[in-house]
Design a protein around this ligand. Sequence first.
Ligand code: C2E
Ligand code: C2E
Ligand code: C2E
Length: 89
Amino acid sequence: PAPLGPTPKLVIDLERLAQLPKEKAGALARYAATIQSQRGDYNGKVLSIRQEDLRSLAVIYDKSPNELTEELITWGVLDAEARRAVESF
Ligand code: C2E
Ligand code: C2E
Ligand code: C2E
């Protein structure tokens, strides 16, 4: 991975998200659906979210932003590049 360059975006894999059990991913799925609805953006396979939204999601999941990012990478919902987006918090 490139050491420099712009902060990568937080890009949610919506197809992967839809495959996960509701007990784990339900809150994130509802959050993503709300953003899609606010934007009128329904056709994407992915959804770019605000860094600020990851902070809110961390509160919802009762984790630090770093911990939540690691979990979402493990689930396959974020790619490993997302770590660099959260480092800049
Ligand atoms: P808003 O925050 O007042 O943003 C108004 C418009 O500014 C957005 O319309 C979008 O065209 C643009 N905009 C604002 N911030 C960004 C940004 O960081 N990147 C890009 N590419 N464009 C930006 P849009 O997309 O129709 O969204 C309407 C409203 O829906 C937004 O009003 C906001 O209240 C909400 N919204 C949409 N997406 C998100 C999101 O990812 N997170 C949060 N928290 N709210 C969102
Ligand atoms: P990018 O942000 O790296 O996004 C690459 C591609 O990922 C996009 O190609 C799109 O197919 C998908 N994608 C990323 N985020 C979203 C999302 O929130 N919703 C949906 N439906 N798809 C998403 P696309 O559309 O051809 O855009 C190519 C590049 O053009 C984007 O690269 C971005 O740099 C720019 N771009 C396109 N639309 C906007 C926009 O509304 N605002 C801003 N700021 N840039 C845009
Ligand atoms: P992006 O459009 O490439 O924007 C990158 C960063 O530039 C945003 O990071 C934000 O810090 C800043 N930015 C861009 N447009 C605006 C704006 O209109 N107002 C303000 N205050 N800041 C702006 P951030 O917030 O982490 O968002 C990451 C990505 O999430 C954005 O990349 C875009 O793809 C998506 N996004 C965020 N909010 C919205 C929104 O309201 N509508 C849409 N369509 N996409 C959004």
